[in-house]
Design a protein around this ligand. Sequence first.
Ligand SMILES: *Cc1c(COP(=O)(O)O)cnc(C)c1O
Length: 355
Amino acid sequence: MKTPCLEIRYETLVGNTRSVVEFCSRYGVEVWGVTKGCCGMPEVARAMLEGGVAGIGESRTANLQRIRAAGITAPTLMLRLPHISEAPSIVEQFDMSLNSELATIEALNSAAAALRKRHGIILMVDLGDLREGLWPDRVLATAEQVMRLDHIELLGVGTNLTCYGGVIPTEANLGLLVRLAQQVEQMLGLRLRFISGGNTSTLPLMAAGGLPAGINMLRIGEAILLGTESIHRTPWPGTRQDAFVLHAEVIECATKPSVPIGTTGEDGFGGHPVFQDRGLIRRAIVNIGRQDVLLESLACIEPGMDILGASSDHLILDVTHAEHEVRVGDIVSFRIGYGTLLQAMTSPYVCKRIV
Ligand SMILES: *Cc1c(COP(=O)(O)O)cnc(C)c1O
């Protein structure tokens, strides 16, 4: 095996998708699979489609290009607000996009006119998480302006929560989204196809029976990819948490002290590390570092191994209490969270292996 290596389990992703899609369908909600956590890896998109998602959501045009180049023709949704300078490629590649700025929507309209196309949009509403979205009192006026654009189709309203502000979806905040959708429909005399009620963090509200009627779409990444909900990061029922496993190789293993010797200053990243004195310990170094992983989003699978810290290319473990004696050349495997998934997928130094 080439190391370091991110193992990607295709059938686990299909199974996780099926489980989430089936659960949501009981509430009349369709699932769009979000591939941005894996740099738009085509096989991941394919697994999600095989598992029954209605379409693919991506946050970057470069990722979607890879998906299209692999021959995947499913409906696509741009998740990040488009930037005006990329309007032509958004319209060319994506069937629809999430939007909050009229100037951008006008640019999409011009780009769509040039391509003799219509581009669908979902107007994003900020319900308090303070990332993207129109403030609720701006929704009606903006929807009215959008209706004047010949090459734009207003397909719905949506929101995104628990991403920046950590705001949890509730009957109250998502209820406001549904009411705004109804007002838009009444005022403009149309029927909105989508009321898009958020991401993985909306699943627990659904399970508790609190999803307001009318929400009919979710955009799901984490619950499918990692099998966790994103409020407390507990396992999501019916999914597996091991669709991705990271493997690294031991490049040194020795018995050394647990506290540095000598006067200490800053570490390689400007931090001032504190060390717990565990006496003499077995220390293993493996061949990944901060360039490939997010330390807070990584855990050894084998019991008795602890992550002590990392520099850019070295991850240091305490393997004193490992179940087997660790030697140079051994492979150590890690469970990963969203931060490490993103970073390992982005790092060209980590090989990706689909099994
Ligand atoms: C990333 C993202 C999602 C998916 O979020 P998960 O928590 O991974 O389910 C949905 N919508 C938008 C706008 C996003 O940026």
